[in-house]
Design a protein around this ligand. Structure first.
Ligand SMILES: O=C(O)CCC(=O)C(=O)O
Length: 329
């Protein structure tokens, strides 16, 4: 499976592409099982510690965390923290089932069509549960480049957004704005909805053309790092589970072969990985096959080194969102 010329043209021209059925149901079973196991272990532990009354062991994959959340919000947040990690410092699940999602051969073939055959798994990936009734569930308009260092703005880092359940407007699918990726990185503000970075609507050309991307589980929404996107409330009673993965060519700044301690405040920014705080990893390299991470334990070890290592990142100089700015939009 790779991208056809017309799919590639669509991606380049409009800044996004939806490709159905890149993952079959059986391909997603291991990650769903891994997530379910983390939920079970965390909920059981909270119950043993007296912090949670009910654990809903018989609930289905798309129901259980929603039931936990309705029952006890604080406990449910601790449970999903173990899966998703923290924005900014990573963490979250980095076991074998995640590694198999990241290096899924049909997905890598599509990625190769976009960025070439030297493929680095870009450091930021997330497993996201969008919970019904979570007032922090909205992810406001942003470009992924808003989160990475500015010297990477002109490089291509491809985001792959993969729903593990069917997604619709009702359960909080992604929205994108076609053709709005040609003008670089827009001004972001810190402390937007849900605590995330946010671009004011007035600053995004064509915002009126925003489209919801409803998709079946296992499809992939490919986005550029400068394609504005957002997601809103989940008004159903089930969890919207998705995974977002990122990929870049090996020539794009990365931290392969480096340690968090190599990132010091004195270091010149242009020599830094686009997102210093989490580990990048080589997934395909005809020129340096020895650098390819092919072992799930090695993947986990690399990720953990960065989670525990606190690499210095200069970040970006986005200013906080004030009530006045928010009201002006
Ligand atoms: O999954 C979501 O709702 C938001 C995902 C997102 O913004 C991203 O992957 O950059």
């Amino acid at each position: 499976m790779s991208l056809s010329v017309s799919e590639l043209d669509h991606f380049r021209e409009h800044g996004y592409l939806v490709k159905p059925a890149v993952f079959r149901d059986a391909d997603m079973e291991p990650i769903r099982d891994a997530i379910s196991e983390i939920i079970s272990d965390a909920a059981d532990q909270l119950q043993r510690d007296g912090e949670l009354e009910q654990t809903f062991p018989d609930a289905r994959f798309e129901d259980r965390l929603a039931q936990l959340y309705r029952h006890d919000k604080d406990a449910a947040k601790k449970v999903y923290g173990a899966i998703m990690g923290n924005i900014g410092s990573g963490g979250g699940y980095s076991g074998a089932a995640m590694f198999d999602m990241v290096r899924h051969p049909p997905l890598l073939s599509c990625i190769q069509s976009i960025i070439g055959d030297e493929i680095v798994g870009s450091s930021v990936y997330r497993i996201r549960p969008k919970l019904p009734g979570d007032s922090h569930g909205e992810v406001p308009w942003h470009q992924d480049s808003g989160y990475t260092l500015s010297h990477c703005d002109t490089y291509m880092v491809v985001t792959c957004w993969i729903p593990l359940v069917d997604v619709s407007i009702e359960n909080g699918c992604l929205y994108i704005i076609p053709d709005s990726h040609h003008e670089g990185v827009y001004t972001h503000y810190t402390g937007g909805h849900g605590g995330f970075l946010e671009i004011m609507k007035r600053d995004i050309p064509n915002i009126e053309n925003a489209v919801p991307i409803e998709m079946a589980a296992g499809g992939v929404l490919f986005l550029t790092n400068v394609t504005p996107h957002a997601s809103f409330d989940n008004t159903t009673d089930k969890v919207r589970w998705s995974i977002d993965l990122r990929y870049q060519n090996a020539a794009t700044p990365n931290n392969v072969g480096e340690l968090p301690g190599d990132y010091t405040p004195e270091r010149a920014q242009v020599t830094m990985a686009c997102y210093p705080g989490e580990a990048d990893f080589v997934l395909q390299s005809p020129s340096h096959p020895d650098r390819v991470v092919s072992d799930a334990d090695e993947f986990h070890r690399l990720r953990e080194i960065y989670v525990n290592g606190h690499a210095h990142s200069p970040g970006r100089n986005w200013t906080p969102l004030t009530e006045r700015t928010a009201a002006e939009q």
